[in-house]
Design a protein around this ligand. Structure first.
Ligand code: ARG
Length: 252
């Protein structure tokens, strides 16, 4: 009886110390900022209400190699870079194009994806607006703070409306509040492919401009984290995990 009691308390102590060891092993969380209306790079799964997409899988794999778990934080695209500066998030994973201008404010990892800008128009206007030049003096819908917004601003006479979400820019086009949407081509293509009802009256134009490379961003000067992420990215590539993630989101 005494022995049994002793055994029980030994077990209890053992359980306690396992729990303590678990805590000690619990990994730090990287706070990852994103703007989830940019499928297939980042969007909300309508069933699970989870953040999903190529960037989410990739940054999770990269963070894992660096010894971190991730916690995804949702914010406006134009708030992401300021949030890094204020220390609200540790990393931004949001299909962010590496530009000279942005490189003054944040540090980017090695590029992980190459894209270009393109334009979506209504089918009946396809001949009228074949390229960026034909959008002169027209109403253009873009997502706020993006390279697509910059591109549209540079088109002479264009009346540019900045929307918070990509989906709102698409709606402006279908509801005839805009003649075109200028945005990253893979995102326009994914919309055409996966939303046939919403996109059936629309056409993705072949025009592509400005090859752009996406990078993950960290606070300017956070060399320690930048190095860890670059090493993580390299390890993910060595293991071929990036290819698996790519085919998961870009198959066919
Ligand atoms: N690549 C473009 C840029 O950096 C668009 C990115 C938009 N990303 C997003 N998650 N909404 O400006």
């Amino acid at each position: 009886m005494v022995f049994k009691k002793l055994l029980l308390s030994v077990c209890a102590v053992a359980t306690l110390s396992v729990a303590a060891a678990d805590d000690a092993l619990a990994r730090d969380k990287l706070r990852v900022g994103t703007e989830p209306t940019f499928a297939p790079f980042e969007f909300m799964d309508t069933q699970t209400r989870e953040f999903v997409g190529y960037d989410i899988d990739l940054i999770r794999a990269v963070a894992d190699k660096a010894g971190y778990d991730i916690e995804v934080v949702n914010m406006g695209f134009d708030a992401l870079i300021p949030a890094l500066g204020m220390g609200v998030v540790d990393v931004v994973a949001a299909g962010v194009t590496i530009t000279e201008e942005r490189s003054k404010r944040v540090d980017f990892t090695a590029p992980y994806y190459t894209a270009g800008l393109s334009m979506l128009v209504r089918k009946e206007d396809a001949a009228k607006y074949p390229d960026f030049k034909s959008l002169e003096n027209q109403a253009i819908a873009v997502q706020i703070g993006t390279t697509g917004a910059d591109k549209a601003k540079d088109i002479p006479g264009a009346k540019v409306t900045n929307y918070n979400a990509t989906s709102e820019a698409f709606m402006a086009l279908t509801s005839r509040n805009a003649e075109a949407v200028v945005h990253d081509r893979p995102v326009l293509a994914y919309f055409m492919k996966t939303q046939p009802r919403m996109s059936q009256s629309l056409q993705l134009q072949p025009a592509i401009e400005d090859a752009q490379q996406y990078g993950f961003a960290v606070k300017k000067g956070n060399k320690e984290l930048l190095d860890k992420l670059n090493k993580g990215l390299e390890a993910v590539r060595q293991a071929g995990e990036d290819k698996q993630i790519y085919s998961k989101w870009f198959a066919q």
